[in-house]
Design a protein around this ligand. Structure first.
Ligand code: NAD
Ligand code: 89Y
Length: 341
C-alpha cells in the first residue's frame, strides 16, 4: 500500500510538532507545505526536506495530488481553509479552536458532511498519556461512578513569547487553553448540561481573560470544576500539564504534577507512574503535548485507512465549541448557561 500523501497549511510555532509527528509515522509523507510567510515556509521546508512550497492554499490544493490536508493556522482562517479543502473533496484536519463561533463551527461541519469529507479537529489533550491512563482507570470502575472532579491548568509560563497572538484577542484563555480542559472533562465525565463561569484579567498588558473558573454539571450526574490561569505564581510551575482529581462512589484518583496517578479504592492506596514518553524530537516542558500530537495523528491515519470517524471529529467537537461559547456567555451575563447545540 502506498503512503498517504499529506500537506500542511500554516507552518508556524506549533506546526513543527505536527511535522515531526508526521515524520515519525511511516504510513505518511508530507509532500507539500503552505504558509503566507515565505521565511517560515522556507525554514520548515528546508528543515523537513519538503520541496513543494506554496504561499497560497488554493494553488497548492489545485496542483498537488493529496490524500489529506492538515491545517495549523490560527483560528481566523480556519473556516475558509476547511471549506476550501471540502471543495476539493479533501479529508481535513484542523487545529483547535476550529471556529470562532458555534455558528461557524456548525457551518463547517455541514460543509464537510455535504462534501463527504472526514474532518478531525486537532484536539490533542485527550490523547495525552496521563489523561488516557485516567480514562482507563475510570473504565475499570475501581473508583466507581464519578460524582465530582477538578481539572486544573495554572501557570505563570510566558506563553506570549511563542504565541504573541494570544495577547491580542478579545478572548484568550477559555478559547485557547480552557477549550482543551473542557474537552477532557467531556471525554472523562460525559456531556455537560450547565456551565457557570467567572473570568479575570490579571495581566493588564493583554486584551483577553487570563484566568477562568468554570463550574459544570454533567448529564451522568457529576459536578466538575475547570480552572485555568496564566497569571499564577505556583511553587512548582508545571506548564503545560493538566492536573486532576476525581471522586467516585467507590474511591478517588489524583493526577499529580510528577505524572503520578494515585488511586484510593477499597483495597487501599496505589500509585502509578503515567509519564509521557519523551520522543526524540520532544523538548521539555512540551513533551506531554508533543506525544499527544503523535497519538492523535496516528489515530487520524487509522481512521482514514479504516474509513471510521475520528474521536474528535468536527461533529464531536461542536459540543466542545458549544461549551466555550456558553462559558463566555455565562461570564458576561453572570448566569448559569445550558450549552446550545
Ligand atoms: P502561528 O501564528 O505561529 O502559525 C500560524 C501560521 O499560519 C503562520 O506562519 C501564518 O503565516 C500561517 N497562516 C495564517 N493564515 C494562513 C493562510 N490563510 N494560508 C497560509 N498560511 C497561513 O500560530 P501557532 O501558535 O502555530 O498556532 C496555530 C494553531 O495551533 C492555532 O489554532 C493554535 O490555537 C493551535 N495550537 C494548538 C496547540 C495544541 O496543543 N493543540 C498548541 C499551540 C497552538
Ligand atoms: O495554545 C495552547 C494550546 O493549545 O496548548 C498549549 C498552548 O500552547 C498554551 O496553553
Amino acid at each position: 500500500m502506498s503512503k498517504l500523501r499529506g500537506a500542511m497549511i500554516g507552518v508556524g510555532f506549533f506546526a513543527v510538532n505536527q511535522l515531526n509527528a508526521w515524520h515519525d509515522i511511516e504510513d505518511v509523507e508530507i509532500v507539500a507545505i503552505c504558509d503566507r510567510n515565505p521565511e517560515r515556509l522556507n525554514k520548515m521546508g528546508d528543515r523537513f526536506a519538503i520541496a513543494a512550497r506554496y504561499q497560497d492554499a488554493a494553488e497548492m490544493l489545485a496542483r498537488e495530488q493529496l490524500d489529506f490536508v492538515d491545517i495549523a493556522t490560527t483560528v481566523s482562517s480556519h473556516r475558509t481553509l476547511v471549506e476550501l479543502a471540502a471543495d476539493h473533496k479533501m479529508p481535513v484536519i484542523c487545529q483547535k479552536p476550529f471556529a470562532t463561533s458555534l455558528h461557524d463551527a456548525r457551518a463547517v461541519v455541514a460543509t464537510c458532511n455535504a462534501a463527504g469529507v472526514p474532518l478531525m479537529v486537532h484536539e490533542n489533550f485527550r490523547w495525552q498519556t496521563p489523561i488516557l491512563a485516567v480514562k482507563n482507570m475510570l473504565a475499570s470502575d475501581r473508583i466507581g461512578r464519578p460524582f465530582w472532579a477538578r481539572f486544573s491548568f495554572r501557570t505563570g509560563y510566558d506563553v506570549y513569547a511563542g504565541q504573541p497572538y494570544l495577547a491580542e484577542g478579545d478572548r484568550f484563555i477559555i478559547e485557547d487553553t480552557g477549550i482543551h480542559l473542557l474537552d477532557v472533562a467531556r471525554f472523562l465525565l460525559g456531556e455537560v448540561t450547565t456551565i457557570a463561569t467567572s473570568v479575570q484579567r490579571i495581566n493588564n498588558t493583554i486584551r483577553g481573560e487570563d484566568v477562568a473558573t468554570m463550574l459544570m454539571s454533567h448529564a451522568a450526574g457529576a459536578t466538575s470544576v475547570v480552572d485555568c490561569s496564566f497569571a499564577s505564581r505556583p511553587e512548582f510551575d508545571r506548564f503545560p500539564q493538566t492536573l486532576m482529581e476525581i471522586e467516585g462512589e467507590k474511591g478517588s484518583l489524583r493526577l499529580d504534577r510528577d505524572f503520578s496517578l494515585t488511586v484510593v479504592d477499597s483495597e487501599g492506596t496505589s500509585r502509578a507512574d503515567v509519564s509521557p514518553f519523551l520522543l526524540p524530537w520532544a523538548e521539555r516542558p512540551w513533551h506531554n503535548i508533543q506525544e499527544s500530537v503523535l497519538n492523535i495523528q496516528k489515530h487520524w491515519v487509522q481512521c482514514l485507512r479504516l474509513g471510521t470517524a475520528p474521536a474528535t471529529s468536527g461533529h464531536d467537537n461542536l459540543k466542545t465549541i458549544a461549551l466555550v461559547e456558553a462559558a463566555y456567555e455565562g461570564a458576561k451575563s453572570g448566569t448559569t448557561v445550558r450549552p446550545g447545540l
